[in-house]
Design a protein around this ligand. Structure first.
Ligand code: PMP
Length: 382
């Protein structure tokens, strides 16, 4: 069977999370906002327990955690939700990067079409942006700086800690899309100063369709985001609609497991990365890692293989390894990855680049056998 190496698109849900969710589905009926019976109370206990588990993972108070349907919704609220505040203050300048996920880029583009000035910082050839370049763009009208923690295509860790420290005492909101780092770079995330943080549960072994927007209090006040969708008062109106209790419970469980196991996960991921690099080195293939090796998350490798079309490799090695050549969200388009374009790679080199991403529950021995076969296929394609 093919080894799944597309964890950055969606990681396999942990069986312990599934068991917990099944128990909720079977034994907890009701709506967490029902106030008139025990069923509602019991559902609410599950939701509030999950909020605590998210808070513990990030080392923040649970009241600063708001459940959403995932990082796309969280990013939209963090950005679009500032419109009223921007109108009031006249601050309509946004700084972001050209390598953000589309959930940020498209939202910011929309804001740009509605009277906002948007600046995009591009990375250098290693895929990393510079904190200084971000700070140089800041002016009196800057409303928001939005920078991802880890890029989903390259795995490059961005200097959000430095940017957060620079912005901490300024009247500017700092949003971090931590979808690819949450549950993995646990200590780093606890150490970053931010106002808003987005992430999805399914990248960290929880269920799909649930995530969180974290809103940090400053001087007792939450960031001035307003709902972008209207309905009930769930999640303080920020994400209205019936709370999906089992999804939230499963997400909380995934956070609990990450809190307990992130060090082991990290050691396992490093061992896999070392193995893959060693195999690539020994294969005789001419390859290069796309991205700053000094600042790479341990669970992603974006590699260029000389003379091998990524489409051809993905199709002809599909039975051995399930890989991708970029973000699943844009994979229906055949245009070259905008992330690798921003790193000033040529179209030919981008065509010859693939992304491998892995995580918990990978059988290293099976991976070794199958990756060996993928490398053989790659050699035949040169
Ligand atoms: N941001 C980043 C960095 C991502 O990798 C993703 C998922 N590919 C998202 C946001 C969107 O997450 P979701 O599809 O779960 O809403």
């Amino acid at each position: 069977m093919s080894v799944y190496l597309d964890y950055n698109a969606s990681a396999q849900i942990d069986n312990r999370v599934v068991d917990y969710m099944m128990d909720i589905y079977k034994n907890n009926i009701g709506n967490a906002d029902s106030r008139t019976h025990d069923f509602g109370d019991n559902a609410r206990v599950i939701v509030e327990n999950a909020r605590k588990q998210v808070g513990l993972l990030l080392d923040i108070p649970p009241e600063e955690v708001f459940f959403t349907s995932g990082a796309t919704e969280s990013n939209n609220i963090a950005i679009q939700g500032l419109r009223e505040y921007a109108d009031k203050t006249g601050k309509k300048h946004i700084i972001t990067t050209s390598i953000e996920h589309k959930a940020v880029l498209e939202t910011v583009k929309y804001m740009g079409e509605h009277g906002y000035r948007v600046d995009y910082v591009s990375p250098d050839q290693t895929g990393r942006i510079s904190a200084e370049e971000v700070m140089v763009l800041v002016d009196d009208e800057t409303l928001l700086v939005s920078v991802m923690h880890v890029n989903n295509e390259t795995g490059v860790i961005q200097p959000v800690k430095e940017i957060g420290a620079e912005l901490a005492d300024r009247d500017i909101l700092f949003h971090v899309d931590a979808t690819q780092s949450c549950g993995k770079l646990v200590e780093e995330l606890r150490d970053i100063s931010y106002d808003m943080l987005s992430f999805s549960s399914h990248k960290m072994y929880g269920p799909q369709g649930i995530g969180a927007l974290v809103l940090r209090r400053k001087k007792y006040k939450l960031p001035p985001v307003k709902p972008i969708m209207f309905g009930g008062l769930q999640e303080h109106g920020i994400s209205p609609g019936t709370i999906p209790v089992a999804l939230v419970g499963g997400f909380g469980k995934a956070c609990e497991l990450a809190t307990e196991e992130y060090k082991k996960d990290e050691a396992d991921n490093i061992a896999i990365r070392d193995m893959l690099i060693e195999m690539l080195d020994k294969s005789g293939i001419n390859y290069k890692i796309n991205g700053d090796i000094e600042h790479l998350i341990s669970s992603t490798l974006n590699i260029w293989i000389d003379g091998v079309s990524s489409e051809a490799l993905m199709l002809s090695s599909k039975e051995y390894c399930s890989i991708s050549n970029g973000s699943a969200c844009t994979s229906s388009s055949y245009s070259p990855s905008y992330v690798l374009v921003a790193m000033r790679m040529s179209e030919d080199d981008i065509d010859q680049s693939i992304r491998l991403s892995w995580g918990r529950n990978i059988d290293a021995e099976v991976l070794r056998d199958n990756f060996e076969k993928l490398l053989r296929v790659a050699k035949e394609l040169v």
